[in-house]
Design a binder for this molecule. Structure first.
Ligand code: SAH
Ligand code: SF4
Length: 324
């Protein structure tokens, strides 16, 4: 594990303190097959986006976001997503397959190999790339174990976050399986609107989701909070009344809110809320005592929404097939 995770060596022959016999044996039973880098692009603000190819039909995205003292890696857990949230470019591509834990971890390896050369570090990992991590529980929990393990990446539980659109039974299982942080993609505080934006709400409505969040907070031995993500959609979920309703919903829970300006993509019906609307929304939450941040839009000159890069690669391969 030290060779692989601390020294980034992915060739058994270079693991010089292992006996030749052991190296041969390892070589015959295991291999390091990293996904292919299909595209890699850096935006002017330092954000790096990769499209990785797992096999011919399976592409995923990964994003590195450098900040002052932090470097956050946003990784994927599935190829596509079955949950079809109405504002999500990944959802529009449908579901292809789950990633194995090796494929999840290989994203870190690829990012690390690149970042070593620029002296940048991964301090935080978020499952906010493609896919719903709580519909690929086994591989995601195995990966979380490695992210937290001192023999591997040794990150603190606060620096690893699973983001879910609200797979309620899995949130309970997550509490028993891993100690990492929880983010909920809320996006609406009433069931009618959330049913429309995040269809899994029809199965697991807001009151059940909030109960699961309370369970998460109470099940940790240390103090915990839940991060609520709220995508700001112009004229859909961004009114003052909706801000007050959100403040009311989150009144009795240890919460942080992350307002995310909507990232547009081709053929979407939505627009991003105005900056002043977002500020007003944030002020209302803030004055109700809720810690609220607005996510800065990063890496804009590389592409727009998450899921869109893969969309582009797919379109290209469809085009070349058609041309052929
Ligand atoms: N499936 C998980 C994690 C991946 S999505 C989930 O839904 O939580 C990561 C975050 O990006 C979620 O909060 C999601 O709602 C948000 N998101 C998806 N599409 C977006 C878009 N076009 N603009 C802004 N945020 C988006
Ligand atoms: Fe899937 Fe998350 Fe996109 Fe919804 S927002 S479709 S759960 S990836």
């Amino acid at each position: 594990m030290q060779w692989v995770y601390h020294k980034d060596v992915i060739d058994f022959n270079e693991m010089s303190n292992l006996s030749a016999n052991l190296r041969d044996k390892l070589d015959s039973i295991a291999s390091f097959d990293l996904p292919l880098i299909k595209t890699q692009s850096m935006a002017s603000d330092g954000v790096i986006k990769w499209v990785l190819s797992l096999d011919e039909d399976s592409h995923i995205e990964m994003v590195y976001i450098p900040e002052n003292q932090r470097g956050t890696l946003c990784i994927s857990s599935q190829v596509g997503c079955a949950l079809d949230c109405s504002f999500c470019s990944t959802g529009k591509q449908g579901f292809n397959r789950n990633l194995s834990s090796a494929e999840i971890m290989s994203q870190l390896m690829i990012a690390k190999l690149h970042l070593n050369s620029t002296n940048q570090r991964i301090t935080n990992v978020v499952f906010m790339g493609m896919g719903e991590p709580l519909l690929n529980e086994k591989s995601v929990y195995e990966s979380c174990d490695l992210l937290l393990d001192d023999m591997a990446y040794g990150l603190s539980r606060r620096k690893v976050t699973i983001s879910t659109s609200g797979v309620v039974p899995a949130i309970y299982r997550m509490c028993d399986s891993t100690n990492v942080s929880l983010a909920i993609s809320l996006h609406a505080s009433d069931n009618d609107l959330r049913d429309e934006l995040v269809p899994i709400n029809q199965k697991y409505p807001i009151n059940e989701l909030m109960e699961a969040c309370h369970h998460f907070i109470n099940s940790g031995s240390q103090e915990r909070h839940v991060l609520f993500e709220y995508v700001m959609l112009d004229g859909v979920n961004d009114s003052e009344t909706q801000a007050k309703a959100l403040a009311k919903l989150l009144k009795n829970i240890s919460a942080k809110v992350n307002l995310i300006p909507f990232n547009p993509f081709p053929n979407t019906q939505y627009k991003t809320s105005n900056r002043s609307t977002i500020e007003k929304f944030q002020d209302i939450l803030y004055s109700s005592g809720i810690r609220t941040m607005t996510r800065r839009t990063r890496g804009d000159d590389v592409d727009a929404a998450c899921g869109q890069l893969v969309g582009k690669v797919k379109d290209k391969s469809k085009r070349s097939l058609r041309d052929a």
